[in-house]
Design a protein around this ligand. Sequence first.
Ligand SMILES: Nc1ncnc2c1ncn2[C@@H]1O[C@H](COP(=O)(O)OP(=O)(O)O)[C@@H](O)[C@H]1O
Ligand SMILES: O=C(O)C1=C[C@@H](OP(=O)(O)O)[C@@H](O)[C@H](O)C1
Ligand SMILES: [Mg+2]
Length: 237
Amino acid sequence: MPSPSGFVSKWFSFNLDVAAPVIRKVHNDSALAIKGREVAGDLSGTCLFLVGMMGCGKSTVAKDISEALSYEFQDSDKLVEKAVGATVAKIFSDSSEEKFRAAESEALNQLSETSNVVVATGGGAVVRDENWRYLKQGITIYLDVPVEALAQRVVAAGLEKRPLLVASGPDNSPGNAHEQALARLSKVYEERNKAYERADLKISVAKIASELGRDLNELPPSMIALKASVRRNAKAH
Ligand SMILES: Nc1ncnc2c1ncn2[C@@H]1O[C@H](COP(=O)(O)OP(=O)(O)O)[C@@H](O)[C@H]1O
Ligand SMILES: O=C(O)C1=C[C@@H](OP(=O)(O)O)[C@@H](O)[C@H](O)C1
Ligand SMILES: [Mg+2]
């Protein structure tokens, strides 16, 4: 039978193991809330636009930032779906990418005239010059995530939601779903890298993970949101 003191120390070490992630989350959430209030004062209503590759976490992280700032959250893909009356995948398959891009530009145009909104843009929003006129009405934040991690996430989430990663016509590309997604994402990244760099602020998720000694995929979105919260003068660089 274990001694009472042995039992007590075992009990506490067990509970610390279980509680550590919870404590970290509570700590992180309250740090985000404090920083949110501070940053919201500086922003005075200026919109934030998150840009970056498919799967980098724009939709997830933008929601956390909006809550911390007491801002509204909008996802340009959702606005496009509402305006067209079809899912992104359906717009691509039944109409064309061009139709999707036109509706995306219109959604960004409307969002650029609002205030107190954090916007998750679609990964391709940075490609059209016209869109930068809208994005630059607010502060743009590039969430940079390595393509290897993007491939894991988009395959896990299901590729059907991201038509650009699904082969059109007979697919003769070698490899499994992960390898195919990785190859397509790498190509898209090559084409868009420079456009993402036009953002006012770049958040390297790999760098945050390495500074915190954490795995890239186990970094809570709220922690990324904390690093991505900006001051008004972020536009100056
Ligand atoms: N920090 C994170 N760590 C691990 N997975 C994440 C993280 N942020 C988002 N994800 C997951 O990655 C996938 C893509 O996220 P999402 O926010 O939709 O990206 P985006 O809008 O940039 O395409 C989702 O399944 C989401 O749950
Ligand atoms: O990179 C792209 O061109 C796209 C990204 C998607 O949004 P997410 O970046 O939220 O996946 C969506 O807008 C559409 O499938 C096209
Ligand atoms: Mg999204």
